[in-house]
Design a protein around this ligand. Structure first.
Ligand code: NAG
Ligand code: NAG
Ligand code: NAG
Ligand code: NAG
Ligand code: NAG
Ligand code: NAG
Ligand code: NAG
Ligand code: NAG
Ligand code: NAG
Ligand code: NAG
Ligand code: NAG
Ligand code: NAG
Length: 469
């Protein structure tokens, strides 16, 4: 009976909603607003590798200044600062020919195809342009962006909003942190030199966490398969001793892989290795082998540089050359605020459900879950069934984090994505599912080829039977 109900709902949805396939990119649409738009802009900026890491400052700035553009006076008459509310004088200063800006402006031209000198203030109505202006401006102020919210509030007042109230910046940033909905399913292995707070920001129901401490050897603090509460894990982590003799990162990585492999299998759930290190592995260590082992085991690896003297080459090596997975924390005090950033990144790592497998999950309001499936040449059909509540889905061939702001299509019921024009090599389809009501339960399934027809047919039949009765 229950199955019939579910299929009926989908059947109706598939019947009455033609599959919208219109691609969308709101990052350059004037006056588009919202969290998805803001996050997409910041993702583009971060991926461009033009600017150093901003420690989540720019997203806080967008929230504090205009609530991601949703404040009703964001686009007031004769004001063109956009989502980041970049004042005209601030914008002008980013157009000067100051030497500190020349390289950045050249990089913006070649990466984004935007001629910065030709822009007018009015162009900042486009989210990407407003975000770039803020990023440019802050890269030319004499002090770099600090790590903690408190220090960022001071920085904001000093350089951006002289009449602003630092307490408001702090309160808004805390509010934003509080809105982060993330219970992404992860198997996480923390390999570190010393802090317990990381663990406390994950939800035990969704994340299995293991922890290893390394120096000249490694010591397992707890396994990925454990029955500890979050509080118990934190206690163990705090209690761990950090010998601080040498840095055998390779030995730590091999141990972490062993820990992942010893954990009971959790099909399709991403494995994430977070390595806190100064990147200064001891001479003669087998980093090449360790990195290859991370790749061979399909582990997502994130490196977090801690301390003053860092070996960037090694941090990038650990992050498998993905610049977006390299982070810097000036000191342990900044670590807590930094966790907001790392949590958001971890949550965007897609699960990889097997073809034909039905994966069910629940989402709270505004929470998102990401999936990636391989795109075979015959294409793929993605079916999103709502069991309770309401969800919306977005897919993309190119954007690994699709959203309402950037996608190739919306998923209602069943959608067929052709494999015809995929690029050479392995191609993927990325999917995001977002919860719209307080509690939402859905099932997602990927099938090879165009099975929308078969699906639709099946449902029409069921519908017919139902009506007859
Ligand atoms: C900066 O240099 C560009 C290109 O050489 C030029 O078009 C622009 O007018 C200069 N801007 C200022 C403020 O001097
Ligand atoms: C964070 O959320 C909780 C629960 O929704 C709420 O009680 C608390 O006041 C919020 N804190 C801030 C700073 O918004
Ligand atoms: C690490 O160094 C300490 C102090 O030098 C030593 O006692 C210990 O045996 C070393 N451990 C390994 C695994 O080399
Ligand atoms: C965790 O608890 C379950 C049930 O209580 C038990 O079967 C299992 O052996 C425990 N696992 C560990 C690693 O202690
Ligand atoms: C902390 O470490 C001490 C000494 O190694 C040990 O006696 C104690 O049981 C540990 N406590 C926890 C919670 O692991
Ligand atoms: C994983 O299991 C193997 C074989 O039992 C064992 O030798 C190894 O130490 C285990 N690894 C971890 C991290 O516990
Ligand atoms: C380095 O690690 C790899 C495993 O990835 C192993 O095959 C190789 O023998 C190791 N090399 C050395 C010198 O230990
Ligand atoms: C930095 O790390 C890389 C890779 O491990 C290594 O080859 C290089 O020698 C290191 N540089 C310094 C200055 O230690
Ligand atoms: C990573 O980047 C370095 C430096 O750019 C390069 O030498 C190396 O081949 C890259 N490794 C991979 C696996 O792409
Ligand atoms: C998925 O199911 C279809 C139909 O039952 C079957 O033909 C196909 O081989 C399956 N594909 C995989 C990868 O299991
Ligand atoms: C979500 O719905 C599916 C299908 O009705 C069900 O099997 C699953 O247990 C539900 N999950 C939760 C967490 O309620
Ligand atoms: C997929 O199949 C359905 C039903 O046969 C058909 O209406 C639709 O046009 C097909 N889509 C594509 C892109 O071929």
């Amino acid at each position: 009976m229950r199955t019939l109900n579910i299929l009926l709902v989908v059947g109706v949805a598939a019947l009455f909603s033609p599959h919208p396939t219109s691609a969308r990119d709101d990052t350059i649409t004037e006056k588009s607003t919202g969290k998805d738009v803001t996050e997409s802009v910041l993702r583009l900026i971060s991926r461009s590798n033009i600017f150093p890491s901003d420690n989540s400052f720019l997203i806080r700035l967008a929230y504090v200044e205009s609530r991601f553009g949703l404040n009703t006076n964001t686009f007031r008459t004769d004001y063109y600062g956009g989502i980041w509310q970049v004042e005209e004088s601030v914008f002008r200063s980013t157009q000067s020919n100051h030497t500190s800006l020349t390289n950045l402006i050249t990089a913006i031209e070649s990466h984004f195809n935007i001629n910065w000198h030709r822009l007018t203030w009015r162009d900042l109505l486009k989210p990407l342009h407003s975000g770039l202006a803020a990023a440019l401006y802050f890269s030319r102020v004499p002090t770099s962006i600090p790590g903690t919210i408190e220090n960022q509030a001071v920085h904001w007042r000093a350089w951006y909003r002289p009449l602003g109230d630092a307490a408001v910046f702090i309160a808004d940033s805390e509010e934003l942190k509080n809105q982060t909905r993330c219970r992404g399913k992860l198997d996480l292995c923390v390999l570190l030199d010393g802090s317990a707070s990381l663990i406390e920001s994950f939800t035990k129901d969704y994340t299995r966490i293991g922890m290893i401490v390394f120096s000249n050897g490694t010591s397992d603090i707890f396994q990925i398969d454990n029955n500890l509460s979050i509080e118990q894990m934190a206690a163990f982590a705090r209690n761990a001793s950090y010998p601080g003799q040498g840095t055998q990162t390779d030995v730590g990585i091999f141990r972490a892989i062993s820990m992942f492999n010893n954990a009971t299998s959790n099909e399709g759930v991403p494995k994430v290795l977070t390595v806190f290190t100064d990147g200064g592995s001891d001479r003669g260590s087998n980093m090449t082998g360790a990195i290859q082992a991370i790749r061979d085991n399909s582990i997502k690896s994130v490196s977090i540089g801690i301390g003053g003297t860092l070996n960037n080459t090694e941090l990038h090596l650990i992050a498998l050359n993905d610049t977006e997975s390299v982070f810097y924390v000036n000191d342990f005090a900044a670590l807590n605020d930094f966790l907001y950033t790392i949590t958001s990144v971890a949550c965007e790592i897609p699960q990889r459900p097997a073809i034909n497998a039905s994966v069910s999950d629940t989402l709270v309001q505004d929470e998102k879950r990401y999936y990636a499936v391989e795109l075979p040449s015959q294409g793929i059909t993605i079916t999103l069934t709502i069991n309770s509540g309401r969800t919306t889905g977005y897919w993309s061939r190119t954007e690994s984090v699709p959203s309402s702001a950037v996608h190739d299509g919306v998923i209602t019921g069943s959608v067929f994505i052709s494999g015809g024009n995929r690029q050479a090599g392995a191609a993927s389809v990325y999917v995001a599912v977002q919860g719209l009501e307080n509690m939402n339960n859905y099932t997602i399934r990927a099938t090879q080829g165009n099975t929308t027809g078969a699906f639709l047919f099946l449902n029409i039949n069921l519908l017919a039977i139902c009506i007859k009765k």
